[in-house]
Ligand binder design. Structure first.
Ligand code: GDP
Length: 445
């Protein structure tokens, strides 16, 4: 969604690279380019003005650090300003002291509320909570049934009106659901409310009444990031009509320009709390302003990657593998390679994982990573004996043809893998030697 903005900013920063010092004229030229980039990305005009003024003031002011080169300084300032317009610190859900915590979802029809209820439910469950989804959207045909399906998929509880029992009164359903949660030991209630195609008074009134009656701990405004400046206007209308605590951006996987969505937090003074970027349950994340800023600046989303890596990696195993790879004790073998590769694959589809690395997003090769090719590499390694995996040196002709047969590939493919692996290992060894073994501390930034 932010590709064009990323490209424009990257080009802007590139023109600063190599400059020994930055003059006021450079700063003016750079901020002009940033202004155009933001406006083209559909960022709200008032937000752009503030942003550019902030960058200019900091860049010309005394905050410049001697440790950074001029391009780095500007990137740092732009990064800080971006984090600021995106809401500053990450804002997590405020849980009620006395359960259940009540989360109300509001927004236009089609914004993705029902889908989000499932995602939020699944996420809360993975965090150790016991969520209950509540179908208080009785306007849209099938909305109740859709929520039931979503809850089942997310493996969380659902409270839906039974025919003849409160049907037609979403306020009653929402109120009853809280008692139901207390009795059923659910500690979070997620209320899915009705939306309309456009903002209207009746919808606002109903949302306000549900809010009054259930006193949510969090009222979240769910908005489709693809609708441009309407996202900002709708957010303002909901803030004034219902009162909201936080924003959830959906459909960030779309190819619209996205700048409007980035303006919401600043314009309405409420943080973006979650982001949804796909139709599947797992296409969902807590929104971290700092990570989004570094993603937009093309620094990749290193933190997300590191967090995912932490979840899936066996730290001890990785440390040993890295040590071997850099020429320490033991020899890095195909068995180490296999387990590292599998650890990476557990983080998600490879193109997605590598896409988060700095600069990798633009590489065509990354979007074309062929998972089948990777499957084939795995199959080849699986067809080897442990001794062969540990030491590719023993792979003579007959071993190679046995492995090829076992993996259902040509001998050529086995040779190819072994050669590339040996080359790569050689390169890592010389890198290890260059770093003198003292990895992070010894390495020069
Ligand atoms: P509601 O009317 O606000 O409850 O919206 P729904 O949850 O029914 O979503 C409307 C449509 O948007 C559905 O087809 C969803 O599958 C789709 N949708 C929801 N979130 C996302 C998202 O993050 N990305 C994409 N591509 N589609 C989404």
């Amino acid at each position: 969604m932010f590709d064009t903005l990323q490209d424009r900013l990257a080009a802007t920063f590139k023109s600063l690279r190599g400059k020994g010092r930055i003059t006021d004229a450079d700063i003016d030229a750079t901020t002009r380019e940033i202004r155009v980039a933001l406006l083209e990305a559909d960022v709200n005009l008032a937000v752009v003005k503030d942003f550019v003024a902030g960058v200019k003031q900091k860049a010309k002011g005394s905050e410049l650090s001697k440790a950074l080169n001029p391009a780095q300084q500007i990137i740092k300032i732009v990064n800080e300003e971006l984090i600021d317009i995106l809401g500053g610190d990450t804002r997590f859900i405020r849980f009620a002291k006395q359960p259940p915590t009540v989360i109300m979802l509001a927004g236009l029809q089609g914004a993705g509320k029902t889908t989000l209820a499932g995602k939020l439910g699944a996420w809360l469950k993975s965090e150790g909570h016991s969520p209950l989804l509540v179908a208080a959207d009785l306007q849209r045909p099938n909305a109740v049934q859709q929520l039931q399906v979503v809850a089942e998929r997310a493996k969380v509880g659902v409270y839906a009106p039974q025919p003849g029992n409160g049907v037609g009164d979403p306020v009653q359903v929402a109120r009853d659901s809280i008692d139901h949660a207390r009795h059923g030991l659910f500690d979070v209630v997620i209320i899915d409310t009705a939306g309309r195609l456009g903002v209207d008074e009746e919808m606002m009134r109903q949302a306000s009444r549900i809010k009054e009656q259930t006193r949510p701990d969090e009222t979240l405004f769910v908005v489709d990031a693809m609708i441009g400046q309407d996202a900002v206007n709708t957010a303002l209308a909901f803030e004034q009509g219902v009162g909201i605590d936080g924003v959830v951006l959906t459909k960030l996987d779309g190819d619209a320009r996205g700048g409007a969505a980035l303006s919401i937090a600043k314009v309405i003074g409420r943080p973006i709390m979650f982001a949804s970027n796909g139709e599947k349950l797992e296409d969902f994340d807590v929104f971290h302003p700092d990570r989004m800023a570094s993603r937009i600046l093309g620094m990749g989303d290193m933190l997300t990657l590191i967090e995912q890596a932490e979840k899936t990696f066996d730290a001890e195993q990785s440390r040993k593998a890295a040590e071997k790879l850099l020429g320490g004790r033991g020899e890095f073998g195909l068995d180490d390679f296999l387990s590292q590769m599998q650890a990476i694959r557990r983080m998600g589809p490879l193109s997605k994982v590598f896409g988060m690395l700095p600069g990798a997003g633009q590489l065509k090769a990354v979007s074309e990573i062929d998972e089948k090719q990777v499957d084939r590499v795995e199959a080849i390694i699986y067809s080897m004996t442990p001794a062969e995996r540990a030491d590719v040196g023993i792979l003579n002709g007959s071993r190679r043809s046995r492995i090829a047969r076992g993996a259902g590939v040509e001998v050529r493919d086995v040779n190819d893998l072994v050669n590339r692996f040996t080359e790569a290992r050689k390169m890592m060894h010389s890198m290890g030697a260059m770093m003198g073994g003292g990895m992070p501390g010894g390495a020069q930034a």
